[in-house]
Each structure stands twice: as C-alpha cells, then as structure tokens.
Design a protein around this ligand. Structure first.
Ligand SMILES: Cc1ncc(COP(=O)(O)O)c(C=O)c1O
Length: 384
C-alpha cells in the first residue's frame, strides 16, 4: 500500500489520501517576515542551541491559545515538540513499559499505532460508534485489561471525523481517575470547527486533570513543514518527557520556534483560523454532496463538524485495499480503512480528506471514484 500511496502525489491524481492543509492557507509572506524579523533582531540567539522545554515566547503564545479554548494554561505547563508526532513518541517512551496496555479508538490515527507498537505496548481497540468511543465498552475493557493509558482524538478524529460528545468526555475522565490510567488527548484539529459549538477539552475536567496529557500542533494552523507541536502535562510527566526528547533531538529547531512565536505575535491568527474554517467547511460540504449523489446504495459516511476527514463505508463485500490500484488508474486516491484498525479491520471502509482540493476538483474526484466502483466487482476485479 505504501507503494500505491506514493503514486497519489502524481499531478494528474486527485488525491483524497493525505491529510494536507490547503496550501492556499499558508501565509508565505507573513512567515517569511517572521523569519527575517528573528534573524535581524536576534540572529545569534535563534541560530544557537536552546532549552529543551522550548522558546518561552512560543510557549506563552501556545498557552494563550489554550486559555482561549477554556483551558487555563501557563507557559510552564508546556513542552514544545517537533510536531505533535514527536510528543506522542516521547510520552509513549516516557510512560510505557513493554507489554503495558494502551486502549485506542477503533479505528484510530495510524501513526499513533506505530508509536505504541514501537515501544512494544499492547494495543487494545475500543469499539466506537458515530460519536466516538463507546463508554460501556471502555469500562469493560478497563476492567479486563487494567490499561496504563487510553489514547483518544476526541475532536474531528483522524480517520473518522467523529467528535466525542461532552457526556462521554466526562465519562472518560471519571473512568481514568477511578482506574489510575493516563489519558492522552490528541487535538490537532480542534480549532478547525466549521459547524456547532466548541466542546470542553478532556484536559479541562477536574477529576483527570493531572492524568491527562494534551497534545497540540501548529501543523494545521500555520504550516506542517515547521514541525512544531506541544504537550501539556503535569510537571512530573513533562520532566520525564523532556529527558526522552533530549535523547532524540535536544530541542526543536530554535529558529523555527522563534519565527513561529514572532508570527503568532504579529499576525491575525483569529482571522486566519476563520478563513480556514470557511474554506474547509465549503470543501467538506462539496465532498458530502458529491458522495450523496454518486456512491453506491448502501454506502454510508461520517458528517464531520470540523477537521479534514470523512470516513466512508461502502456496502458489505467491497474491499477498498483491493480497489486502490483501479482507483489510481482512474486518477483518484484515498486511504483504505484497514490500517487504521487495531483489531479486526472493516475492509469496506476508506478515509477521504477534503482539505487540499477546491470543490470542483472534489466533485471530479468523487466522480472518478464512482466510475471505479461502478465498473468493478466488489472484490476489486473488473466486471466481465
Ligand atoms: C491525530 C493526529 N495526531 C498527530 C498528528 C501529527 O501532527 P504533527 O504534524 O504536529 O506532527 C496528526 C497529523 O496528521 C494527527 O492526525
């Protein structure tokens, strides 16, 4: 599949595969000015080694972002990381022993599964429905496995686009507190809400505040190429994570952090987020409309209120991994659902990202996909 997905970057392919921010949202001039500013004003500092915890001005700016999301935070609560991906790795390495059980939503973020497997944790999938993790199932699996950690993407989940309602967030918080379990709340998409009201972060619930590690990222707000993310955790967890981070890269890039801080101080971030929400909302609607018009009867799909992903389920019997080469031949790509599952996979699922294409391209891409589905047997072979 890795080879197939490599083909998705060919220019003639309309790819719903990657979770890429819309390139037209990159503020190239603003970011260039931020780099020029820090090089001009403090060149010898930003080209030097720096502290593992991260640039104080950047940590202040992130703390303000979180406070705005109704999670009171100060710079000292944060460790800056090289993307949220690194945050995930350092906390797994710091908190997990081989064979520790980690509960995950099923399906879940693929690269989180890779992280947990790389530290030899035992990953146990928790069933989900259209609202995310099923609380009763979580309770039972906690009693059965005594897990060390539960990993969740509660808001606009990758890959499903689902959002966990407030009552389930409160239940997760209570279950974790009663069972001495870490909660990892991965929230790279929370600011990209284009419908509905913001929900409280799990990290803001009193019972589990000390045992929740919140991960965030500038990838979807500024630019993923800057590789800047963070984790917010108690002092003890942060210290353990900082030791692991030191072993990996000493600190995240000094100049990139300084430029991000300068950018956040000078730019109208609210205005930029508002623009992103509008653009992604339009693109999401274009995808949902096109799916409704074209997918075979019996298909279903998620209807996200934000983020970048729609999760599609084709009628029973379709195998989206087997269909991918035919889709690529039709110049359309998606990610088959199977690798997102920690347990038995539903092979009729696929993930489609709407963020990187304008509506007309989205419609064209879905038409190509529908043509593939129309001309195929359900196992991906061409109809004779
Ligand atoms: C759920 C989730 N967590 C973490 C990441 C990694 O983000 P970053 O670019 O900050 O490393 C992603 C990226 O797609 C993601 O979807």
């Amino acid at each position: 599949m890795r080879d197939s997905l490599a083909l998705t970057s060919r220019p003639e392919v309309i790819s719903f595969a990657g979770g890429l921010p819309a390139p037209e949202l990159f503020d190239i001039d603003g970011i260039r000015s931020a780099y020029e500013h820090v090089l001009r004003e403090s060149g010898s500092r930003v080209l030097q080694y720096s502290a593992t915890d991260g640039d104080p001005a950047l940590r202040d700016a992130i703390a303000r972002l979180l406070a705005r999301a109704e999670l009171p935070t100060v710079a000292d609560d944060l460790l800056v990381t090289t993307g949220a991906q690194q945050a995930l790795y350092v906390l797994a390495a710091a908190l997990l022993q081989p064979a520790d059980v980690v509960l995950v939503e099923n399906p879940t973020y693929l690269a989180a599964l890779q992280v947990f497997r790389s530290v030899h944790a035992q990953v146990v999938p928790v069933p989900t429905d259209d609202d995310g993790i099923v609380v009763e199932a979580l309770r039972e699996l906690v009693a059965e496995h005594r897990p060390r950690m539960v990993y969740l993407v509660p808001t606009f989940q990758n890959p499903t686009g689902h959002t966990l309602p407030a009552d389930r967030r409160a239940a997760v918080s209570r279950i974790a507190a009663a069972n001495d379990m870490w909660i990892v709340e991965d929230d790279p998409y929370g600011e990209l809400r284009f419908r509905g009201e913001r929900l409280p972060l799990i990290a803001s619930y009193e019972e589990s505040a000390q045992r929740t590690i919140l991960l965030g990222s500038l990838s979807k707000l500024l630019a993923p190429g800057m590789r800047l993310g963070w984790l917010r955790a108690s002092a003890t967890v942060r210290a353990a994570c900082a030791v692991v981070k030191q072993a990996i890269d000493l600190h995240s890039s000094t100049i990139d952090q300084a430029a991000a801080a300068a950018y956040l101080a000078a730019s109208d971030l609210d205005g930029r987020i508002a623009r992103a929400r509008l653009l992604y909302g339009e693109r999401c609607d274009a995808l949902l409309d096109a799916l409704a018009r074209t997918l075979p009867r019996g298909s279903s799909w998620s209807r996200p209120n934000g983020g970048m992903f729609v999760w599609v389920r084709l009628p029973d019997g379709f195998d989206t991994t087997a269909l991918l080469p035919a889709a690529l031949a039709e110049r359309v790509a998606y990610v088959p659902g199977a690798p997102f599952y920690a347990g038995a996979a539903d092979s009729s699922t696929l993930r489609m990202s709407f963020s990187a294409h304008p509506p007309a391209e989205i419609r064209e891409g879905v038409e190509r996909l529908a043509a593939v589905l129309d001309g195929r047997q359900w196992d991906g072979r061409e109809r004779s």
